[in-house]
Structures are given as C-alpha cells and as structure tokens.
Design a protein around this ligand. Sequence first.
Ligand code: PMP
Length: 336
Amino acid sequence: MIAPPPRKDTLELIGNTPLVLLKGASEEAGCEIYGKCEFANPGASVKDRAALGIIRDAEASGDLKPGGCVVEGTAGNTGIGIALVANALGYRTIIVMPDNQSKEKMDTLRALGAELVTVPPTKYSDCNHFVHTSRRLAEDTEGAIWANQFDNTANRKAHIEGTAKELWDQLEGRIDGFTCAAGTGGTIAGVGMGLKEFDENVRIALTDPHGAALYNYFANGELKAEGSSVAEGIGQGRITANLEGAPIDTQFRISDEVGLGWVARLLREEGLCLGLSSGINVAGAIELGKQLVAEGRKDARVATILCDTGFRYLSTLYNREWLEAKDLPVFDWLAD
Ligand code: PMP
C-alpha cells in the first residue's frame, strides 16, 4: 500500500477516510459489509465534512467575511467540526447545544475555543429549541452566519461530492447497497444521491433509531415517532431540506440494545471504539445485506458509516452506572 502524499493544508485532512471490511458484520449478513471510517477525520466524526462544506459555501457566497463568526445549533459533532475549520480559517465559533448531550462533547467544544451556550432539550416547535436559539444568536451577532446544518444543502453536497465518490472509488465501482441513520439527513441523502448518479441500482436504505419519525415516513408516508433512543446525533422528526428528494429505497428500524450489541462486538472483536450511531448503522447494514442475499445476491457489497469515536462517550455508553440507569445492557467487561 502506498502512503498518501503530504497534504498542503490541514483542511485537506477532512474526508478521504479509509474504508474497512467489517468481519463480524459480514459473517452475520453472509456478504461483504464495509464501514467508512469517519472517526478518522480531524474532529473525529463525519460532521467535519458538513462543517467544511458549509463554511466554504458561505465564503463563496460572500456571506462569511474574513474575521467573521460561525454560529450553529448542534448535538456536538458539527460544532466540533465547525470549531476546527473556523480556527483554521480565522473565524470565531458560537455553538448552541442541548444540555443532555455527552459531557465529553461540551468539554471538547470549550477546549477547542468555541463559545458554548447550552439550553434545555425541548421540542422543535418550541422557540427555545437549540436550533432556533442558534438562529437568533446568529442574527444578533455582528459578522456572523448561521450554519443551519439541517436545512443548508451545502451539507449534503459535501457527501455527494466527497463521501459518495470516495465509496465508489474505494469499492472500484461495485457497491450494491448503502445505509445509515439520519440526523440532519445530509449523509444519507448526499451519499444516496451521489451513488445513484454512478449506478441507479445501488439500494439506499434509511436506518432509523427508535424515537425518530423517518422510518414510518418512508414505510407508509406518515411522520410518526415510536419509542425512544439514547443515540446522539441521529433521530429526525421532520423532512429537513437536506432530506428532500433523498432516494430512499427501503428502511430499517434498529433498537439501542441491538446497536449497543454491535458497538460491543466492534470493540471487542475488531478493535474499533465507536459511538452508538455507528452500532445502529452496522446493524442496519447487516439487515440490508441479508435482504440482498435473500434475493440471490450472495456476493453483495454493502457500505455504512462509522460516524464518530467512542472516546466521545466514556461517561455514557462506556460507563456502567449510566447504562444501568438507562436500563441498557452493560458491556461484559464493564460489568464486574
Ligand atoms: N452520528 C453522529 C454521532 C452524529 O453526530 C451525526 C450528526 N448529527 C450523525 C450520525 C448523522 O449525520 P447527518 O447529520 O449527516 O444525518
């Protein structure tokens, strides 16, 4: 394998992430399951791509001027991506975040130099929701733009031009299915649109956690949520601008218990420490793989997203007391 040439700019470290064959998931599905290592981005999550895409787009449109400020409402990872990109380009960052997200994400944002505003979690229809709070803050701040990751399609464009093309190249033009969960929907919509441009037969599946409304929307046209999930960064209740026109062929719903089971197996069997959305994505990829195999496509290849590092959840997913308090299964090695 040839090591990549030196990059001329730290921002070039975003994207072009490795793709890895997941052994346990492939065995379970009976076909090849690949994980795109988005935790390998400088901010350790898939959201670095959206952060860079949104900031570059705002510069190109003239909305973001030298020395300006980027304001965003985020579950954390987008804020981390924005703070790093903004540092590299000389902008200030203000992040609004619901106060029930992991402490690691809040500590990280402060450590990166972002100004952090936390608000109580509430419904999207409430004007104090973190997204609306961030929009108002941007309006009231001199020289600021509102990144607006949910409805700014520069987000999914980063996945059409980046993630989808990379997957196509890395799998040498042979990919049968792709699936992941949606937060803003930028990843699923962008990768779905990008892959369909290469081959319209690639099956695109939404993998939804419990407590989100998209599974029902794509299954029977109704935005209806059932149950709940502790997964951070995923679970959407509306059709964001990024989700509009997303080419979703099928959908799966995955519980936290099943997702956590894959988080545990990926760590203990394959040495990957990931967050819960990655576990849910891998479980969804196995469902998609099984579906393709049942149709006789025994050599199917399915890809999904390994969204962020598990180091961001040491006080939650990897903490026995936290798991017990949520009535979730405790990983064997943490149990005694
Ligand atoms: N997983 C994690 C951990 C995230 O932070 C996010 C972003 N909110 C996602 C998955 C979903 O990505 P997207 O916003 O592109 O739908």
